[in-house]
Structures are given as structure tokens and as C-alpha cells.
Design a protein around this ligand. Structure first.
Ligand code: NAD
Ligand code: SER
Length: 316
């Protein structure tokens, strides 16, 4: 029986859905408490608004939680539509998590950051870990602040916060949650439905992305790494695979030569071009052994197979 008692906040989202299953496999269902603003009893996701600090504290205390994965956030595109709300959720939630974790002596907290922390004054290729962070979105601003608070809570209170700057995450288990990289999930659904895909980014907009299996493995590897291997206390860059809409379209064409795309860039184009095209993840590689496994073709093959199942069953 594992001594690890895990709380996942934002467990119903794109990453939380898959991470919750993996953590249940590793630590046992009885040791994993999956929560979200939107409960889902079928998936064992309980109701928790991370902005309700009393409710958060109660769950931590009642279940003797010693690890938290804090995933709840408002992502880049949704955040731009309501910046104050995005700031309140992203910052207010984080503060509640860090303060409660200190109060109840939680051992470790996972806090995902993002490629959206980057903005002006970066090299677009192989963007380094440590560089000025001048993001263009409220989401990016909140994640830069979150990274700095993570470092502050580690230095001031010894709270062991571990953080990764995820690239755009591509998975088949759910739709994506309101980000600028969502096109790279949506495109597989249009392909499965034999629809024309209308892409909201221009064809040559290259961004760093990561397949969901690599994303989940990175999260678990950083959380399981010995503490002396975690040397960056803001957040680690990790790279998966970089590509443009044209390149992913061409990868899908190899499986479905009839698939069609048209490009209609919208407000998300300006966000995308403020982000890196590729990421230097040498610190994650050196410190805790990060290495991605999936390239564009391998990821495309699995996405096509798995997304097809959505439209061949009646429950999605
Ligand atoms: P998502 O939008 O799919 O899921 C977020 C979940 O948080 C949702 O289920 C939502 O209901 C929940 N939530 C929102 N407000 C809440 C609140 N007040 N209390 C409790 N739950 C609340 O997002 P995701 O893609 O799964 O992202 C998870 C984390 O990873 C976020 O912190 C995000 O910034 C980060 N991240 C994601 C990506 C990506 O491409 N998906 C990339 C970089 C970083
Ligand atoms: N995928 C996320 C977004 O586009 C990046 O954090 O907002």
C-alpha cells in the first residue's frame, strides 16, 4: 500500500484526465483524489473550486494529502477573452494551493507552466530556459508570476514545488481546453469526420508541441526524481516535437490523401508568433534525464487511430 496520497486539481481537463488514470495505476485508486470545478462521478472526479480555500484545506486535511498536482488554469486563448477572470483563477488558485500546502506540510506540489511565458526578446529557435520572460498574454503573465511564486515558496518555506513548461499538448482522450495550440488536436477530429479543416493559424506557424504520452511521462518523472536533481525552481523547459500546421497536415495526408485544409488565421495567430518555435531543454535532460519519445509521424499515426474511435462509438 502506497503512502503517497495525491490530490489532483483540474482533473477533468485535457491533461488531468490522462494524468489521473496514470497516477491511479501507479499509486492505487484509493490514494488518488481527482477534483475539478466540474465534477464527473463516472470518472471519480469530485467537485472542488480551487478558489474555495476552505474546501481545498478540508480535502487536504481529511485525506492526509502529501502530493498535489495543480492543473486548474484558464489557458491562453480563453484568457484573452476575459483577462481579469483568467488572472483571478490562475493566481488565486495557485496562492490557495501553495499556502495550504505549507500549512498542511504537503511534501511535493506539481505546477505546470508553459511556452506562453516567452514573448519579446527571445531567440525563436532553441529558446533557452533562462531568458527574459515578457509574455504577450494574461495567461503567460500569470504563469511567469506563478513560476516566481514557486521559487519563492521553495526558498522561503521549503515547499518542494516542481514545474515544467509544457509545449502544446496533443492527445486523443479529450478535446483541448482553450489554448492557441488547440488546432493540433482539432485537426485530427476534422480528419476523422472527413471534414475540411479550417485552421486558425497560418500554414507556416511553427510551435513546440508534445504528445500526451510524453507529457504525462515528463510529469511523473520530474515528480519522482530525487530532490537533489531538481535544480531549477522556477520551471524547466521541455521539448517534444516542433511543427507547423502545414507539416502536421502533410503528416495526416500520408494516411488520408483526401483530407483538405484551409487557413483562416484569427486572434490566436498573434499569440502564436510571440512564442518560441523550438525549445532548448538541455537543463531538464541534464538534471533529471528528460528525453521525448514521439516524433511527428509516430504521434500522427496514434492520433488518427485513436480519434477515429470517437466517431465509431456512440458515447462521445
Ligand atoms: P484544461 O482547460 O483542459 O483543463 C483545466 C481544468 O481546470 C478544467 O477541467 C477546468 O474545469 C478546471 N478548472 C478551471 N477552473 C477551476 C477552478 N476554479 N477550480 C478547479 N478546477 C478548475 O487545461 P489542460 O490543457 O488540461 O491544462 C492543465 C494545465 O497544464 C494548466 O495549468 C495549463 O496551463 C497547463 N498547460 C497546458 C498545456 C496544453 O497544451 N494543454 C500547455 C502548457 C501548459
Ligand atoms: N497549449 C497552451 C495554450 O495554447 C500553452 O500553454 O494556451
Amino acid at each position: 500500500m502506497s503512502d503517497t496520497k495525491i490530490l489532483i486539481i483540474g482533473a477533468g481537463g485535457q491533461i488531468g484526465t490522462v494524468l489521473s488514470e496514470k497516477l491511479c495505476e501507479i499509486y492505487g485508486k484509493a490514494n488518488v483524489f481527482a477534483t475539478d470545478l466540474k465534477p464527473n462521478l463516472e470518472k471519480n472526479i469530485l467537485a472542488l473550486d480551487v478558489l474555495d480555500k476552505d474546501a481545498l484545506s478540508q480535502i487536504i486535511k481529511d485525506n492526509k494529502i502529501n502530493e498535489i498536482y495543480h492543473l486548474a488554469a484558464i489557458l491562453s486563448a480563453t484568457g484573452e477573452k476575459n483577462p481579469k477572470w483568467a488572472w483571478d483563477v490562475n493566481m488565486g488558485g495557485l496562492f490557495n494551493v501553495f499556502e495550504s500546502a505549507v500549512e498542511f506540510k504537503v511534501n511535493k506540489v506539481f505546477y505546470p507552466s508553459t511556452i506562453a511565458v516567452f514573448g519579446e526578446e527571445i531567440p525563436l529557435q532553441n529558446t533557452p530556459n533562462h531568458i527574459p520572460l515578457i509574455p504577450a498574454t494574461v495567461y503567460g503573465i500569470s504563469k511567469v508570476a506563478g513560476e516566481l511564486w514557486a521559487s519563492y515558496f521553495y526558498n522561503k518555506f521549503g515547499l518542494d514545488v516542481r514545474s515544467i513548461r509544457y509545449p502544446g499538448v496533443i492527445g486523443y482522450q479529450t478535446l483541448a481546453g482553450g489554448g492557441t495550440t488547440d488546432y493540433a488536436v482539432d485537426i485530427f477530429h476534422s480528419n476523422a469526420k472527413n471534414e475540411l479543416y479550417q485552421c486558425f493559424l497560418s500554414e507556416d506557424t511553427t510551435l513546440p508541441m508534445i504528445f500526451i504520452d510524453d507529457c504525462i511521462r515528463a510529469t511523473i518523472e520530474i515528480m519522482q526524481a530525487p530532490i537533489d536533481q531538481i535544480k531549477v525552481r522556477t520551471s524547466y523547459n521541455i521539448a517534444g516535437v516542433s511543427f507547423s500546421p502545414k507539416e502536421i497536415y502533410e503528416a495526416i495526408l500520408k494516411f488520408n490523401p483526401n483530407f483538405k485544409i484551409e487557413y483562416k488565421p484569427d486572434f490566436r495567430q498573434a499569440i502564436a508568433i510571440s512564442w518560441p518555435q523550438s525549445i532548448d531543454d538541455s537543463l531538464a535532460k541534464n538534471d533529471w534525464g528528460w528525453k521525448p519519445n514521439f516524433d511527428l509521424d509516430e504521434m500522427t499515426k496514434i492520433m488518427i487511430q485513436e480519434v477515429a474511435k470517437w466517431y465509431h462509438t456512440s458515447n462521445n
